[in-house]
Design a protein around this ligand. Structure first.
Ligand SMILES: *[C@@H]1O[C@H](CO)[C@@H](O)[C@H](O)[C@H]1NC(C)=O
Ligand SMILES: *[C@@H]1O[C@H](CO)[C@@H](O)[C@H](O)[C@H]1NC(C)=O
Length: 535
């Protein structure tokens, strides 16, 4: 019986046959694994030159639905002149809702088979949302914030999206409170979902519970992304309702980590002080572990910068003062200060955050800007405060290319423009990868022949040049033959790609199209078209 229902589901016929509501649960269990489903092609096809497939799961297999999101899909795809760009938008914009909301409770009514007490003995309350990254069944703080980003502007209109995002903030707060040095997490115990097995052999301090944490790489941007989720929610809806006791506890935890990770390797007397966080993996891949007994390379005193052990690619930093997440954190601290001022009653904390943010922004300028013999004054990717610098960029955000996207500086900033020239050229960036089939910024995570579509989308979002914007978008289109955005693409062969199901990248594509629709509608909607903004 399950087999025949599976066949119906695969054909998308479940609804057409008017199956009773009782069967919905059975159908859901019969839904095909989306990693497999997304790697195959499904109709109806776009009818454009690439005839791209339709990759949304059958309706009964979607993990969350929103009428407001369906309306945006309709409005954008009906205007897009290029049918292939439209098909990718149709697939990519709802991808987070369609495929990654593995658990959501809107009202704190948890099922009876869940563990209702948290690890610290307190009781789970309120909305909760657990969002997987895609083909790995765990939630990354960074990815989930970005996966929700495009729905934020619809949250005022669609109450279910409001609650979904509110739940995501609550769940992230619990992750941060419990294991602030970790970047990816298991379904919370209260969900009743089983943890996903990580087979790596890691020795990490502070220790963590593998039934709570999926992987524990300390990445400064993860904590900045926790703040960003709330800040964007406030900016989009005006709400401060999510400022619960738990959220404040998570904020304090973030500040404690920032303080601990601002400690230099040697104290004022020149004596070695071991960092709170260490990570060692049994591996042959250099970027997966930290040297010097799991500490990483030394950092100098008095820089005002915060150390990050890992990058948003989940690769180890070489010099631990990693500039892009420091820039991002400086922005998010200042935005959190604004949020707290708006909420009222937290003026002292707001002032502290504002001051921390401003000092950090200055430290990024003071230590992050270096002179390059070809490009002049530019931002370095990583420094150590001793003069050590790593000149490169990686596709993953936060990156140097994304500095204006992060809100750290203006796109026309002179040093940024120099930096942009550097990171988008082979002479300036060892990870700017080109080949006969594809080009763009990659990174060590996949290797020296794979460029990442995400970097081209960020390049489009940080450009003032119509031609550059469309060249980037079109190159992504031509190399997304499954109708979805991949993690990386072999520069010699676009059919050789990694991750058929990578929700964050889909969200960056949708965001890019929406930005062009609002700011340069003529590029995608045709000459004289009016700007479009979802609301
Ligand atoms: C809470 O939400 C669940 C799931 O949507 C629903 O089944 C339940 O009836 C709701 N309870 C209340 C009290 O609203
Ligand atoms: C990229 O494609 C080329 C040619 O097909 C192949 O030789 C190479 O191994 C591929 N690179 C990676 C990293 O898979």
């Amino acid at each position: 019986m399950v087999l025949s229902i599976l066949a119906l589901t695969l054909l998308g016929l479940g609804q057409a046959h008017g199956l009773a509501h009782d069967n919905a649960a059975i159908l859901k269990r019969a839904c095909p694994d989306y990693t497999t489903y997304s790697a195959q092609q499904h109709g109806p096809y776009s009818g454009g030159p690439l005839n791209l497939p339709f990759q949304r799961p059958a309706e009964q297999c979607r993990t969350f639905t929103s009428a407001a999101v369906e309306k945006v899909i309709e409005e954008v795809t009906s205007r897009l002149v290029d049918k292939d760009l439209a098909q990718i938008f149709r697939n990519a914009y709802p991808n987070t809702l369609d495929t990654t909301i593995k658990w959501h409770v809107p009202n704190g009514t948890y099922s009876s088979n869940s563990r209702l007490t948290r690890r610290d003995g307190s009781v789970w309350t309120g909305a909760q949302t657990f969002i997987v990254t895609g083909d790995i069944n765990a939630e990354w703080l960074r990815d989930s914030t970005n996966q929700l980003l495009n729905y934020q502007t619809l949250a005022t209109k669609d109450k279910s999206l409001f609650t979904l995002i509110h739940g995501a903030i609550n769940t992230q707060a619990e992750f941060v409170i419990q294991s602030p040095y970790c970047e990816s997490f298991q379904p919370p115990s209260v969900s009743g979902l089983p943890p996903y097995k990580n087979t790596e052999q890691d020795t990490v301090h502070p220790t963590y519970d593998p039934s709570f944490v999926y992987e524990c790489k300390y990445e400064l941007d993860s904590l900045a992304h926790f703040l960003k989720l709330g800040n964007t929610f406030y900016e989009s809806t005006g709400t401060t309702d999510f400022l619960s006791d738990r959220w404040f506890m998570a904020l304090q935890t973030v500040l404690n980590v920032i303080d601990a990770e601002s400690q230099p390797t040697f104290d004022a007397d020149g004596q070695y002080v071991e960092n709170v966080y260490t990570f060692q993996r049994e591996t042959t891949i250099g970027t997966e572990t930290l040297n010097l007994g799991g500490i990483g390379n030394p950092i100098a005193r008095h820089t005002g910068l915060i150390r990050s052990a890992y990058r948003p690619s989940d690769d180890a930093t070489i010099f631990p003062y990693f500039i892009p997440p420091n820039a991002m954190m400086s922005v998010e601290l200042q935005k959190t200060a604004k949020l707290l001022k708006a909420a009222g009653g937290h003026d002292k904390l707001a002032e502290e955050l504002d001051s921390r943010g401003k000092k950090l922004a200055k430290a990024v300028q003071e230590h992050g800007i270096v002179n390059h013999k070809i490009y002049g004054d530019v931002y370095a990717y990583e420094v150590d405060g001793y003069g050590g610098r790593n000149m490169m960029d990686d596709a993953n955000v936060p990156s140097l290319l994304s500095l204006p996207y992060l809100g750290y500086l203006d796109q026309d900033d002179k040093v940024y423009q120099n930096t942009r020239k550097m990171v988008t050229s082979q002479a300036g960036n060892p990870y700017y990868l080109t080949g006969p089939a594809f080009h763009g910024i990659g990174g060590p995570h996949i290797g020296l022949q794979n460029a990442w579509p995400m970097s081209l989308l960020i390049q489009a979002q940080t450009s003032d040049d119509d031609k550059e914007i469309m060249d980037c978008i079109n190159l992504v289109k031509q190399s997304s033959l499954t109708g979805l955005i991949h993690e990386s693409i072999n520069v010699t062969n676009i059919n050789d790609y990694t991750r058929p199901w990578f929700s964050w990248a889909n969200s960056v594509y949708a965001q890019t199209i929406l930005k062009v629709a609002e700011e340069r509608p003529h590029l995608i909607f045709g000459k004289g078209a009016k700007p479009y903004r979802p609301e």
